[in-house]
Design a protein around this ligand. Structure first.
Ligand SMILES: C[S@@+](CC[C@H](N)C(=O)[O-])C[C@H]1O[C@@H](n2cnc3c(N)ncnc32)[C@H](O)[C@@H]1O
Length: 192
């Protein structure tokens, strides 16, 4: 299975403990739609992307499914999410997904950046409620992604095991066997 599928499997591996979810990198909207289905008609997804093309396409995707009211897609960097999230999201996020990198089929120069990614991950890990789950998918195979993955992995290792259940990083077995450091890596954590 692809790591994007494994990320979804992890997020859906236990019942959602809160009606609120965050998609930190909207892209083509697949994760936003997945989370919108997960939270159901009474929940809400706050989703972020700083490219209008991603926001517009994903809003349309949700509308076509009849789920427009289940998500708010903010044209904003995930690092600035605290400025727009409603107060009832504080320590009340049941699921959060980061799928780093660039929008597939778009400008590869517009990619997630180490500084804002670290800032957003820190914010999101604090927003999780007990039992809340977070997945982070890193792509070290492109220039900015290499530096970003190293920083994200470093951050992941500093997480307090008393606050979080921290799963071993997941990569494809073939990548591990060949020590291919350019292969995507999936990180998964749960707030105790
Ligand atoms: C790999 S794509 C995400 C794929 C997406 N989750 C999906 O299901 O299709 C990464 C996205 O992150 C966005 N991005 C880059 N920097 C960002 C930032 N600071 N805040 C929010 N989104 C950002 C890019 O515009 C791009 O659309």
């Amino acid at each position: 299975m692809k790591l994007t599928g494994l990320a979804k499997e992890f997020i859906a591996s236990a019942p959602l403990v809160s009606p609120f979810a965050i998609d930190a990198t909207v892209g083509n909207g697949h994760d936003t739609v997945f989370l919108a289905e997960l939270v159901g008609p009474d929940g809400h997804v706050h989703a972020f992307d700083n490219q209008a093309i991603a926001v517009n396409a994903s809003e349309q995707y949700l509308a076509e499914l009849g789920w427009a009211d289940r998500a708010t897609i903010h044209l904003l960097s995930h690092a600035d999410m605290l400025g727009v999230l409603p107060k009832d999201c504080a320590e009340n996020i049941g699921a959060c997904m980061f799928n780093l990198g660039y929008l597939p089929g778009s400008d590869h120069l517009h990619t997630t950046q180490t500084k804002s990614t670290l800032c957003a991950m820190e914010i999101c890990s604090d927003l999780l409620c007990t039992g809340g789950r977070m997945s982070i998918l890193c792509y070290p195979g492109h220039t900015a992604g290499g530096e970003e993955t190293v920083a994200v992995m470093k951050w992941y290792k500093t997480l307090d095991p008393k606050r979080f259940e921290i799963l071993e990083p997941v990569s494809h077995q073939s990548a591990l066997d060949n020590q291919n450091t350019a292969s995507p890596v999936l990180l998964c954590l749960t707030r105790w």
